[in-house]
Design a protein. Sequence first.
Length: 513
Amino acid sequence: MIPYKHEPFIDFSQEENKQAYLEALKLVESYLGQDYPLVIGGEKVTTEDKIVSYNPADKKEVIGRVSKANQELAEKAMQAADQAFQSWKKVKPEVRADVLFKAAAIIRRRKHEFSALLTKEAGKPWNEADADTAEAIDFLEFYARQMLKLKDGVPVESRPGEYNRYGYIPLGVGIVISPWNFPFAIMAGTTVAAIVTGNTVLLKPASTTPIVAAKFVEVMEEAGLPAGVLNFVPGSGAEVGDYLVDHAKTRFISFTGSRDVGLRIFERASKLNDGQIWLKRVIAEMGGKDTIVVDSEADLELAAQSIVKSAFGFSGQKCSACSRAVVVEDVYDQVLERAIELTKEIKVGNPVENHYMGPVIDQAAFDKIMSYAELGKEEGRVVAGGTGDSSTGYFIQPTIVADVDPQARLMQEEIFGPVVAFAKAKDFDHALEIANNTEYGLTGAVITKNREKIEKAREEFHVGNLYFNRGCTGAIVGYQPFGGFNMSGTDSKAGGPDYLQLHMQAKTTSETL
């Protein structure tokens, strides 16, 4: 078998790649505005009620419409998934893995098309869209290989006269609730991890980005996935989401999204419903309030570049984005000044034209982020950005707020937009203290040339993904397993060596010979 290597990123400075992407954008534009059905037990179901997906960079442009599930259809999907589970759980792991390998090959052939769709539907600049598609391919390839490693279980000891085995069996029907910010990678990754381990899935994608999910469901069908294993049920969280989380037949919920919704799911999943005979498992990846710490013994150019890139890539709409820069006072002014210079060079515009920064996702996000930019005037000094324009799309200028108190709201609350707060630390120990003073614990970075300080941070900086001398975004599947502590979720480490086990249960069999 070919060893796993992550999908390479495309270099758009090369003319042929640029032209290929422009062609892909044309292809996507040719099918904008179409209707997509629900998929329940392999049947295409169309409803009157639709979720309409708009382009956040050009809010009049309709990307497509998906049929909207209600409770009755959700129930039908649950029955289909439950029935399909009875046979899918018995399909050999090798066959399940082959479906993922085939799907990865299909997506790889259509890579630019999927990325171009992300540019249109999620407002992703070319390189961000390409990374999202590459990550989706990586999840398919990585989890298929992981399943092949786990299929025979783990060796356990046997005494004379007995033979013991320890193997994994699937859980049952899973609800996958995926986010809009990585609408391909996370949606596909969470779905196929559940499927390759022998479970069946009800996929409820984010309502702002359902078209890429509909296209992915088509790919899985083309790759040979049997009817009923993957059911596509976009709908409202209050109506369909709650109903499925509460359902007695739901065995696990895989959720990626905000802290508040994650807590709500966790609480609802803990309640026993009539006919339920198990404790539901929850796999949750929630928010982040991520810090880059800059030491006095740091490469200051690297520090400024890392902060700006991590804060403003995909308009700061990543749970891993840098929204706090904590800089030791000796170098604070130099780092801040250089970060301001770099930020003022950033071009914001329609990502179709390959600007560095595109829009934020929708009006609600625009309003929330702008309110934090306003708050920046009270809690610190707005030294770059602070303005936005939502007349044609939801565009916000990259914003730096300097001299913010570590306890201020800008330093504590997840903004999920292109706003970074700078705070001054007395020394490295103080900087680590500030970095840890949040209820989250997802990613962090430390820029320093001092080996002792690196080791101290490795031990004391309490985050699931810690990076040295680089930015705090951009975990690669199989290379940097991703997930965080505290209010950042269940630290489920997507793209890691023990992620698939979360979708299975271990069974010990012991035979006396």
